[in-house]
Design a protein around this ligand. Structure first.
Ligand SMILES: Cc1cc2nc3c(=O)[nH]c(=O)nc-3n(C[C@H](O)[C@H](O)[C@H](O)COP(=O)(O)OP(=O)(O)OC[C@H]3O[C@@H](n4cnc5c(N)ncnc54)[C@H](O)[C@@H]3O)c2cc1C
Length: 381
């Protein structure tokens, strides 16, 4: 049996994992299995700067010196008891890889609405972004379904590129999950001023392919015709390849706070999970899944500490950022819908505001173009 440390997915979390392993002086060889020929790269720019232009080199992550052996191909299954990973490459070639420890870091995959045709565009990979750049050229009409962070960023970037964008969501406002309903009017105004046609509370009745484009029919009968239809309604963990194994619990990949995969029998020895793929199970039985660059990096770094016996203090507060029509919106802590917002700092000349959100129990902060203030909060100052 092999004692090899194998990671599935050359992901954001994997980069932090490799960096921290080496920082901690662990020099064992690490094999990374990945099917995307562009990886490793950073995902946040895909809906921002990369969509406006640039090359894969601009977002590539440099693993030089991190001692990772790359195996090209997709992990298609694993047999945890025997510690064997099955891999298929894009030419259909199959192989098996024995491991001593396996880290699952396969991220997430865009979800699609049940009524959505399979060929609407989605955005997760660099190749998706290239496809989108090629299809949504200046002057074209683009309909985006879903006003979460990715939908809002796409609307901002494509409008900047000269597309006519309609952004719709069945929720009463944008960024509902990220901002818990706070600042919905501000975000709507920024988008509208930038030229985005925002439709909230917009249920979809039907989606139709036209001869040269798409028609989205809203529940109220409104018809929206476009050249390009983009779906940004969320993502689900990329764990389908683990179906049928003991690693999934009711379809979810669960891990404890130390990154160890757990199932009904407890901790599954030598199997770990980090990043968007995993749902964290806490001692009180609750589970939580994050989709954030900072959380993925934290998972990776803390798993390295776990494997090196160097687990540090609990990590920093949750953090997420997004960009809306040229503004950087950052969130520190966990926002809740009932919290009240107070302005803690404001500089109207620079358009920067820092809000403190509180409900008497917990607190969080929202910064709009307030990077130095947010940096101080993240450093605990
Ligand atoms: C367009 C976009 C914009 C974003 N913007 C922001 C932002 O502004 N702020 C923020 O905080 N977060 C943002 N995010 C979220 C953030 O990028 C993710 O939370 C983060 O990338 C998750 O990292 P990960 O390590 O879980 O996996 P990922 O970085 O998603 O990587 C997973 C890797 O696994 C590979 N893989 C999948 N299945 C297999 C398999 N079976 N075998 C082998 N390899 C496999 C994939 O090809 C991929 O390379 C954005 C995400 C996207 C898509």
């Amino acid at each position: 049996m092999s004692d090899q440390l194998v990671v599935a997915g050359a992901s954001v979390a994997t980069t932090a994992f490799l960096e921290r392993m080496r920082e901690l002086g662990d020099s064992r060889p690490i094999t990374v299995v990945e099917g995307d020929p562009d990886a490793p790269y950073d995902r946040p720019p895909l809906s921002k700067s990369f969509l406006l232009g640039g090359d894969i080199e601009d977002i590539a992550v440099d693993w030089t010196g991190l001692g990772a052996n790359r195996v090209n191909g997709w992990a298609t299954g694993t047999w945890p008891a025997g510690k064997v990973l099955s891999i298929r490459n894009d030419k259909g070639g199959e192989r098996e890889l024995e491991y001593g420890q396996l880290v699952i870091a396969t991220g997430a995959t865009p979800v699609r609405l049940a009524i959505e045709p399979a060929d609407t565009l989605t955005l997760r990979s660099a190749e998706d972004a290239r496809r989108l750049r090629a299809r949504a050229s200046a002057g074209q009409r683009v309909t985006i379904i879903g006003a979460g962070a990715i939908g809002v960023e796409l609307a901002s970037s494509l409008t900047m590129r000269g597309s006519h964008v309609v952004l719709l969501d069945r929720a009463p406002g944008p960024l509902e999950r990220l901002l818990s309903g706070h600042l919905a009017a501000d975000v709507t105004q920024w988008l509208t001023t930038a030229g985005v046609d925002c439709r909230w509370g917009a249920g979809i009745g039907a989606i139709q392919r036209l001869r040269t484009g798409w028609r989205v029919e809203l529940a109220d009968g409104t018809r929206l015709d476009s050249d390009v239809l983009l779906s940004a309604v969320g993502a689900r963990p990329s764990v389908g390849w683990l179906a049928g194994t003991t690693l999934l619990t009711d379809g979810l990949l669960l891990a404890d706070e130390r990154g160890r995969v757990t199932n009904a029998g407890g901790v599954v020895p030598d199997h770990f999970a980090i990043g968007d793929a995993v749902s964290r199970r806490y001692p009180d039985g609750t589970t939580e899944r994050s989709e954030s660059w900072a959380a993925a990096r934290l998972h990776g770094a803390r798993l390295a500490e776990e494997l090196c016996g160097a687990l540090s203090e609990p990590g920093p507060r949750p953090y997420f950022w997004t960009e809306v029509a040229g503004r950087k919106v950052q969130v520190v802590g966990s926002l809740r819908p009932g919290m009240s917002l107070q302005v803690e700092f404001e500089n109207p000349e620079r358009g920067s505001v820092l809000y403190r959100a509180s409900d008497g129990v917990a607190e969080a902060w929202i910064g709009v173009n307030a990077q130095p203030r947010i940096a101080r909060l993240l450093m605990g100052a």
